[in-house]
Design a protein around this ligand. Structure first.
Ligand code: AHM
Ligand code: MG
Length: 327
């Protein structure tokens, strides 16, 4: 049985993608190739992260990297590596990145747009705490060869053809969806291969974990404060790493809610719709959870700007609904 062969635990990501591709005999294979390119970029970034604790030591010896440049910060390195991998891979016409103010145009003739946060969780990067890469893939609206426009990159989350994240944690994982469920792959470090470790991920309908930066409690609106008090009354567990990918990933498996509400400092919320929230919203919905800005589904929002911010409430459906009822 073909389905079983390609989707068995332990199957490599490449084989899994090839197998899925076989379900679409008329597809060109470009999206499959793009997913492989993203996985490759993830492996390269994983290497950089693994040696990051040594950077200062290398610096103490006056070491510079192979290009002869001074060592740069990891999020900048990740951005450069990602753009390079997607340029060489050839499937992407434009990239929207947290690290670049403007659209980065790469292969004019290609059909896909990628929105990404190459390394999210910046406050955790230098202190050996889990961080993540987030990506969304869209089909371009303009014809290949034309200039990429805002119309190509400012599409609703509902238009994503695939999305996912790479989590650099106690092990490194790639989790993605193409709209047919969610699958998780763990990097086998000695082989350098992602292998299927979490097939068809289903998130619990309800949970008992809430994840929010409670230090900002007094700048949350009343409804949010009331919901947080409710979580305490219910004796829920508070868990907050401060890395969106890690907090989301834990809650998806254990059942929980992640909130980043509006604050005095961030009146529209902190997180970015185009390259942080939409991808995780797609994963959440595909695994049985939900994601909202408090009023509307995240994926139904019309982005107006590349770096637009939004409130985010995401996770187990019953918990998100409960939170919204307090707003
Ligand atoms: P970043 O893109 O600058 O890394 O910010 C995003 C991060 C999320 O990963 C995390 O959930 C959140 O910011 C934490 O923010 P705060 O420190 O305000 O709680
Ligand atoms: Mg970020």
């Amino acid at each position: 049985n073909k389905t079983l062969v390609g989707s068995t635990i332990g199957t490599t990501l490449d084989r899994f993608i090839n197998h899925k591709q076989a379900d679409f005999p008329f597809a060109t294979g470009e999206l499959s190739q793009l997913l492989r390119d993203i996985a490759l970029a993830g492996k390269i970034i994983n290497l950089e992260i693994n040696k990051s604790g040594l950077l200062d030591i290398a610096g103490a010896y006056g070491a510079v990297n192979v290009q002869g440049e001074e060592q740069q910060k990891l999020d900048v390195i990740a951005n450069v590596r990602f753009i390079r991998a997607l340029r060489n891979g050839g499937q992407v016409c434009a990239i929207v990145s947290e690290e670049d103010d403007e659209i980065v145009e790469i292969n004019a003739d290609s059909n896909y747009v990628v929105a990404m946060d190459p390394l999210d969780g910046s406050s955790n990067i230098d202190v050996n705490v889990s961080i993540g890469t987030i990506f969304s893939i869209y089909r371009r609206v303009t014809a290949p060869g034309e200039h990429v426009t805002k119309e190509d990159v400012l599409q609703k989350g509902d238009k994503q053809v695939a999305a996912g994240y790479i989590l650099y944690g106690s092990s490194t994982m790639m989790v993605y969806t193409t709209g047919h469920g969610v699958n998780g792959f763990t990097l086998e470090p000695s082989l350098g291969e992602f292998v299927l470790s979490h097939a068809d991920i289903q998130s619990p309908e309800d949970g008992q974990i809430y994840s929010v930066n409670e230090g900002a409690y007094y700048s949350f609106e009343q409804g949010v404060q009331d919901y947080i008090r409710y979580c305490k009354e219910e004796r829920y567990s508070a868990r907050y790493i401060g890395s969106l990918v890690s907090d989301f990933h834990r809650n998806m498996f254990k059942g929980g809610i992640y909130l980043y509400p509006r604050t005095d400092k961030s009146p529209n919320g902190k997180l970015r719709l185009v390259y942080e929230c939409n991808a995780l919203a797609f994963i959440a919905e595909q695994s049985g959870g939900m994601a909202t800005d408090g009023e509307n589904r995240i994926m139904s929002l019309d982005p107006l700007e590349l770096h637009q911010r939004t409130q985010l409430l995401i996770g187990s459906t019953a918990m998100v609904k409960k939170a919204v009822s307090f707003l």
